[in-house]
Ligand binder design. Structure first.
Ligand SMILES: CC(C)(COP(=O)(O)OP(=O)(O)OC[C@H]1O[C@@H](n2cnc3c(N)ncnc32)[C@H](O)[C@@H]1OP(=O)(O)O)[C@@H](O)C(=O)NCCC(=O)NCCS
Length: 187
């Protein structure tokens, strides 16, 4: 049974647009404040409004889950990159990715603190897989702070391989890099 439907009776899933920017930043700030209070601020990298605005446009997209009153409960950036994996992710390669090949990176995935544990991450990931499949992008990557069990566990449960833990030179964070190759049908 879908746990989400048991707990969230009325919600909408949709691609986000520029009008959503204030709500996107608000949800990020709510989640970041909660993480700061819990002593785990490194679980997300806070992004600027400009960063989100850039990712509402081609070739990227943002997907969200809203309540009937429009409040965002969950959101995620589907980023597209053709940079070197070393530059974008800090790992020497994504196994099987051709040189210069496009891949998608999960960014800014947050679920409102009051709604965590209800399957919303699963819902975001499933849409990301479909979106990548529709756009012919077969390599997916994510980075998560290495001690962040729920995030890492969520990716591993959805078929990601752990490429190892690196130290991010920008802030010395220990970051786990995850990789998935989509099978036919975008799963
Ligand atoms: C991490 C986060 C996105 C997870 O969202 P969520 O909606 O609570 O996650 P879900 O309920 O969909 O659970 C996703 C999966 O992870 C699994 N999971 C959750 N906690 C876990 C843990 N501690 N260990 C292993 N797996 C875990 C769940 O069982 C679920 O697996 P399933 O799909 O097979 O049922 C959410 O807690 C969040 O926003 N945290 C703060 C911001 C953040 O850390 N973002 C991630 C940055 S990389």
């Amino acid at each position: 049974m879908n746990t989400l439907l048991e707990n969230v009776s009325d919600f909408s899933e949709r691609y986000l647009k520029p009008d959503d920017l204030p709500g996107i930043v608000t949800l990020q700030d709510i989640v970041a404040d909660r993480l700061s209070h819990a002593g785990t601020p490194r679980f997300i990298v806070k992004r600027s409004g400009e960063y989100f605005a850039a990712h509402l446009q081609d070739p990227h997209a943002m997907f969200g889950v809203t309540r009937p009153d429009g409040e965002l409960l969950a959101q995620m950036i589907f980023r597209v990159s053709n940079a070197l994996p070393r530059e974008e992710l800090g790992v020497p390669e994504l196994p099987g990715l051709q040189e210069g090949g496009r891949f998608s990176v999960a960014q800014g995935m947050v679920v409102h603190p009051d709604w965590q544990g209800n399957g919303l991450m699963k819902l975001l990931l499933r849409e990301w897989f479909s979106w990548c499949g529709r756009n012919g992008i077969m390599h997916l990557a994510a980075r998560t702070e290495h001690s962040h069990a729920s995030s890492k566990g969520g990716f591993l449960k959805h078929g990601f391989a752990d490429l190892g833990t690196i130290t991010d030179q920008r802030d010395n964070a220990r970051v786990c890099v995850l990789h998935k190759i989509l099978e036919d049908g975008g799963q």
